[in-house]
Design a protein around this ligand. Structure first.
Ligand code: IVH
Length: 693
């Protein structure tokens, strides 16, 4: 290790140990109590390693409450990764009765249900814990994994084995492979006991039961997890060797019979009004419950219908989470900072006098944009009402005008960028003021680089936000491609404080490991405005390769014609996102960045067809289809969703480039045009046969 400890005298070591201990304690506090960590896990671990190495040489000079004297102050690194056979997705939210009505209507429309046809649904508590996938093989618990980013989690089997309410063996017959999903949580009593114990020992307290459950699951030593008395509620399944139930309610009964705990306050419902009544009833049980719930999850009961409904983006169409209203508190707005984001947006951020809301200390809140500040007439010095819901960043709801101090002035965003001094402009109807400096602006360039290496992006281990800032400031990095050229600057890296042979080699190896990257991750990592992980995946599945996407974007540059229609027709894309994508790929500055990057990394192609489709379906991937006329078995939405699922492009009009037309009842001019052009026309039944019923 080249941490310099060899050359250190005892006094300097004592000072450095005290400094590191204080720094680590600060990070512990921000992580646990404020839910607002400012460094990555890897950076945190590096600090702890440095502390431990120094402590080993100067054990007598270590502070009595130093980090190594505490148990599990922050989750450690070092769990093996587990790729989920079926991704662990999230839920859409509903906030009021209108949203619930829309959910039910959306389901009915998608399934093409006649008005008199009943739709059975379930309502169950949404447990505010940590989702876990338990894999049983031959009825025995074989593996437990965290959700992670939904695609890849961590293997926490040894820790989960210590949880009493997780059956190690299922009672009764079960599918050979059975992945049960549910929520690990910490009951209130246990949370209180743990925090009292930590307080006595002078350790940082956990902010809420969810953080403390998460911290307890990610302990390196299973004995620590065992001492935390976690619990588990089961509600779903992942990979299974055979379908374990025909309805969700029957599934919950099977879970209970195998020995799982199922949250007991669930109900059944047949329409939106009954769902809302269940929401109210479950909400009323909340104060008496010994665990946190943050809403009610509604699900379509029939599993075959769930399968037909499938997923839109990262959430199922067959379920929705109806959240409970968020918690509120009052505090004083002490200042407004202006941050510059990845896309140049100037974001005002409220600096608040720290206050506890929903068990978490809040000292920052988002102010969105200047219109919002003006609309709510928010001024520095005001007493404000803030609201925090789950993981959502706290928001300012309103100002207590009766408590406004004299002389409080209205706030305006600056007309020049606070970071680079370039003009900051609002274009057209945009509510956001943006710095026009582009990559000349340090803030934008750095934020882009941070996004590029972030978890959903290239996920380069050991290259944290702090490193990006420092490397950028010293001219080691400017654009993403430079990351892959860091190897050429090994000597410069070695000269840097805190970097030794081992750490530089580890970093370069982590970078090399990302020279091959899946297309969707690459696309997301580019940080194109409004293209999140879900859209990146949709685009990857639709176009298959970077070249195909670039070609399509070039053809769509006129914002009309088939390429544009195909792009905007992708489920979940829409014209706004398509516009951002085409603008990014055709801007010469960003095109150069992509070009340079593509010269450094191999972008893996994405399969454009999905499993489970009919025999010919594989050949359909990448082809263009038009639906016309009235379909009997499927709604338009379902037809479109299925076609896209097997990698087809759905467009609205027939042209020479159309590969297939599916004609329902009373199909008119589009069908005729297809026949004239010699395009294959299928009936709805033939289409279902081909696409795999
Ligand atoms: S069903 C496709 N049911 O909420 C996802 N989720 O916000 C289906 N959760 O990731 C999830 N209680 O961790 C479902 N009764 C419940 C739940 C529940 C808690 C969590 C789960 C999920 C998150 C989505």
């Amino acid at each position: 290790m080249t941490d310099g400890s060899d050359r250190m005298d005892e006094e300097a070591a004592a000072r450095e140990l005290a400094r590191l201990a204080a720094e680590i304690a600060g990070h512990d506090r921000r992580y646990h109590r404020e839910d607002a960590p400012v460094i990555s896990d890897a950076e945190y671990d590096a600090l702890v390693r440095r502390y431990t190495a120094l402590e080993a040489r100067f054990p007598d000079r270590a502070p009595p409450d130093g980090p190594s004297r505490r148990v599990g102050s922050r989750p450690a690194q070092g769990f093996e990764k587990v790729v989920h056979a079926r991704p662990m997705l999230s839920l859409r939210n509903a906030f009021d009765e209108a949203d619930v009505g829309e959910f039910v209507q959306g389901v009915r429309r998608f399934l093409n249900l006649a008005p008199e046809e009943p739709l059975a649904m379930t309502a169950e508590a949404k447990i505010d814990g940590l989702s876990i996938a338990l894999r049983y093989e031959g009825g025995r618990l074989a593996q437990a994994a965290t959700r992670g980013d939904g695609r890849e989690g961590e293997n926490v089997t040894r820790n989960i084995e210590t949880v009493e309410s997780v059956p190690k063996r299922l009672s009764g017959a079960a599918p050979e492979i059975l992945e049960v999903r549910g929520e690990i949580y910490m009951a209130h009593g246990e949370f209180q006991r743990l925090n009292e114990e930590r307080e006595r020992e002078g350790l940082p307290l956990y902010a809420n039961p969810r953080n403390s459950a998460a911290g307890s699951v990610r302990q390196i030593d299973p004995a620590v997890t065992a001492g935390r008395r976690l619990r588990f509620f089961a509600y779903g399944w992942g990979e299974v060797s055979e379908r374990p139930a025909e309805t969700h309610s029957a599934w919950l009964e099977r879970l209970a019979a195998w020995g799982f705990e199922v949250e007991p306050n669930g109900a059944r419902a047949g329409d939106a009004a009954e769902l809302v009544a269940a929401h109210r009833a479950i909400g009323e049980t909340r104060p008496a419950l010994d665990y946190d719930i943050d809403g009610v999850v509604y699900k379509v009961d029939r599993i075959d219908w769930q399968e037909r409904l499938g997923f839109a983006g990262r959430a199922p169409r067959w379920a929705v989470a109806h959240k409970f209203p968020a918690e509120r508190a009052e505090t004083v707005l002490e200042d407004i900072l202006v941050q510059v984001g990845r896309t140049g947006a100037l974001t005002p951020v409220a600096v608040l006098r720290p206050v506890t809301v929903g068990g978490v200390v809040v000292s920052r809140a988002t102010l969105h944009n200047e219109d919002e500040i003006e609309r709510k007439d928010i001024r520095v010095g005001d007493t404000v009402v803030i609201q925090r819901a789950g993981d959502v960043i706290p928001q300012i709801l309103e100002v207590r005008l009766d408590r406004r101090p004299e002389g409080a002035e209205s706030f305006r965003l600056p007309e020049t960028c606070p970071v680079c001094g370039s003009q900051a402009r609002r274009d057209g109807g945009d509510v956001v003021r943006r710095c026009t400096g582009g990559l000349v602006c340090r803030a934008q360039a750095v934020e882009r680089l941070k996004h590029f290496v972030s978890r959903g992006g290239l996920d380069i281990e050991g290259l944290g936000r702090k490193h990006i800032e420092a490397f950028y400031a010293d001219g080691l990095l400017e654009t993403p491609a430079d990351i892959f050229r860091l190897g050429e600057r090994r000597a410069e890296l070695l000269e840097r404080d805190g970097w030794g042979e081992q750490s530089v080699d580890n970093l370069l190896a982590a970078i090399e490991a990302r020279r091959r990257v899946p297309f969707d991750r690459f696309l997301y990592a580019l940080g194109i405005r409004h293209i999140g992980e879900g859209n990146a995946r949709l685009l990857a599945r639709h176009y298959g390769s970077l070249d195909a996407l670039r070609e399509a974007a070039a053809s769509a540059a006129s914002r009309e014609g088939e390429a544009w229609e195909a792009l905007t027709g992708i489920d979940g894309m829409g014209a706004g996102r398509a516009e951002d994508l085409v603008a990014f790929l055709s801007d010469p500055r960003s095109a150069r960045i992509v070009e340079a990057l593509a010269a450094e990394v191999a972008v893996e192609e994405t399969a454009t067809e999905a499993a489970g489709a009919g025999q010919d379906a594989g050949e359909l991937a990448g082809r263009t289809v038009v639906f016309t006329g009235t379909l009997a078995a499927l709604s338009r939405r379902e037809a479109k969703a299925r076609a896209e699922q097997i990698g087809m492009r759905v467009v609205g009009s027939v042209s020479a480039k159309t590969d297939l037309v599916v004609a329902g009842e009373a199909a008119g001019s589009k069908k005729r045009k297809a026949e004239e052009l010699g395009i294959r026309v299928l009936t709805e039944d033939e289409w279902l046969e081909l696409a795999g019923r």
